[in-house]
Design a protein around this ligand. Structure first.
Ligand code: COA
Length: 150
């Protein structure tokens, strides 16, 4: 556990998540991802993948707490595709709307980077202010992302 300005940070991994209250963190992400979120069931799939010990899966779940209340959370997934696709995807990061602008998001993302081996990909909508956070951490956008929506 890491502590900064009364906010403590925990990193949960496939081998170390017995103390994680998954429902609490899922509820938090579902609420505080705002319009950039997904269905709760899909966020749950992402969390289960991050905590899976199956070959090629895994990742990490990071939680920021102040006075025991969740004020921020992040989920990273391993891709299992080392060599041809970045090894990790930062899928979700959110900070409680009353706690934004105080460095919690940056600390969560920095801790996630420090606890991850290999490159990290993410996608962000062009108008999402979260892109400022990513750019300050060194992420660049050399590639365009295309999708065939189905
Ligand atoms: C994106 C988000 C996690 C940022 O968390 P935060 O705790 O407010 O961010 P921080 O205070 O750590 O800011 C980190 C850096 O990004 C910059 N930044 C953050 N939000 C910004 C904004 N709206 N406009 C401009 N810069 C911004 C800060 O200035 C800061 O830079 P600095 O280190 O030079 O001071 C938060 O705004 C959020 O939860 N948004 C809704 C969910 C979301 O969009 N998630 C990402 C998509 S999955």
């Amino acid at each position: 556990m890491d502590e900064n300005n009364n906010v403590s940070y925990s990193v949960y991994t496939p081998g170390n998540h017995s103390e994680l209250n998954k429902d609490e963190v899922l509820d938090f992400l579902f609420t505080h991802l705002d319009e950039y979120g997904d269905q709760r069931a899909d966020i749950a799939k992402c969390m289960d993948y991050a905590l899976s010990e199956a070959e090629g899966k895994g990742g990490s779940v990071l939680v920021a707490r102040e006075n025991d209340n969740v004020v921020g959370a992040l989920i990273m997934n391993n891709t299992g595709m080392s060599g041809y696709i970045p090894e990790n995807i930062l899928v979700y990061v959110a900070v409680h709307n009353s706690q934004r602008g105080k460095g919690v998001g940056k600390k969560l993302a920095q801790l996630a980077i420090d606890n991850t081996q290999g490159s990290i990909a993410l996608h962000v909508e062009p108008q999402n202010p979260a892109r400022h956070l990513y750019e300050k951490l060194g992420f660049t956008n050399k590639y365009l992302e295309y999708r065939l929506q189905r």
